[in-house]
Design a protein around this ligand. Structure first.
Ligand SMILES: Cc1cc2nc3c(=O)[nH]c(=O)nc-3n(C[C@H](O)[C@H](O)[C@H](O)COP(=O)(O)OP(=O)(O)OC[C@H]3O[C@@H](n4cnc5c(N)ncnc54)[C@H](O)[C@@H]3O)c2cc1C
Length: 328
């Protein structure tokens, strides 16, 4: 396994919105910065799960798509020379004899003086269904995310699920595709306003229905669904099946990092310091009394984590970075 001998001041683990903003702040403080991200792209949940959805609660943006927000965060961070390692998952974080932190991924060992962990909900593991054909057709018509709406243009799409994501995707695709939405209960769990929109949309809604089987050749051609009270079956000719059943947080890697965990997250103090010196955390992964899992909260925590890490690396450094308006 290659050891990346170059020593970085700070390494951000996870390139979601919190990690990108942490990288920006570290860059602005003149720190030699690296981001390690396990997916092939930056942006975290925003890029992977809902790039085309509007976000309404980021300060200063009355309305912004997740993709636009990620593009802005990338532009803001990469005004500085930040090293990025995509497609690498941090497996362990150890300490060398000289105090350097060693971050081991599948392919390299990275060296850093301080670390900020911004791994969100860990690896994304979408909930799936144990129905025949589902696993077989993954990537050939069975989806768990909607990467781009135009993938489904003019297609016959079956969406399975009753929460916000399922209903939102049904609405987003309603005028681009022939959409059927099935949910195993009579009532949807989605936002009331979305449910009202759904009722007047062209989406074919079937409740209480479940998916029994996905069939096809090269790609998906048919889904068998059934009414879970009468058990009556129906064959739907479809080109795509989107399983929108939520995600299981997979924190199995984080659990190996020897950090104090609390309520399913990494315990931090008001400096965003974890139980291990030099290791800070921010964003969805952290746990403290009153923690709110929102993008804007992650931004504030990222700034706190990076500025405190700066004083860890150099105890003479000021905690307050100065105002960005004073930059030349
Ligand atoms: C459908 C949906 C809609 C939402 N709408 C809103 C909204 O309107 N407003 C709002 O404020 N929030 C919203 N959220 C929540 C918001 O997306 C999260 O709060 C935010 O993404 C958290 O950012 P993060 O950077 O902490 O984590 P994430 O976005 O989860 O990013 C973490 C990154 O770390 C990477 N990673 C994980 N493990 C490792 C590892 N071991 N090594 C390297 N990299 C790793 C992951 O691949 C990921 O890219 C929504 C979430 C969803 C799912």
């Amino acid at each position: 396994m290659a050891t990346d001998n170059e020593l970085f001041d700070i390494t951000i683990v996870g390139g979601g919105p919190t990690g990108l903003f942490a990288a920006f702040y570290a860059g602005m403080r003149g720190m030699k910065t690296k981001i390690i991200e396990s997916l092939p792209q930056l942006g975290g949940q925003l890029a992977a799960l809902y790039p085309e959805k509007y976000i309404y609660d980021v300060a200063g943006f009355p309305k912004v798509t997740a993709k636009e927000l990620v593009d802005g965060l990338i532009e803001q961070a990469f005004q500085f020379p930040i090293t990025t390692c995509l497609g690498e998952s941090v497996q362990t974080i150890e300490r060398d004899d000289d105090g350097t932190l060693l971050l081991r991924t599948q392919s390299a060992v990275h060296r850093s003086q301080a670390v900020v962990i911004t791994v969100g909900m860990g690896a994304f593991r979408p909930k799936t269904l144990d129905a025949p054909g589902v696993a077989e057709f993954e990537g050939r018509g069975v989806y768990y995310f909607v990467p781009q709406l135009n993938v489904f243009e003019g297609k016959r799409v079956l969406i399975v699920g009753g929460g916000d994501s399922a209903v939102d995707w049904a609405l987003a695709l309603a005028h681009r595709a022939r959409v059927t939405l099935i949910h195993r209960r009579d009532r949807f769990r989605a936002h009331e306003h979305s449910i009202e929109q759904l009722k007047t949309s062209p989406v074919d809604i079937k409740t209480p229905y479940e998916l029994k089987e996905v069939r096809g050749g090269e790609t998906v051609e048919e889904a068998v669904v059934f009414h879970n009270k009468t058990m009556e079956e129906e064959r739907l000719p479809v080109d795509a099946v989107i399983l929108s059943l939520g995600f299981n947080p997979d924190l199995s890697l984080v659990e190996k990092w020897d950090l104090q965990l609390e309520d399913g997250g990494i315990a931090v103090n008001s400096r965003m310091e974890t139980s291990r010196p030099g290791i800070y955390a921010a964003g969805d992964i952290v746990s403290y009394p009153g923690k709110v899992k929102l993008i804007v909260c992650g931004f504030g925590e990222a700034a706190t984590a990076v500025n405190n890490a700066a004083t860890y690396i150099n105890p003479k450094a000021k905690l307050f970075p100065g105002h960005s308006t004073n930059r030349k």
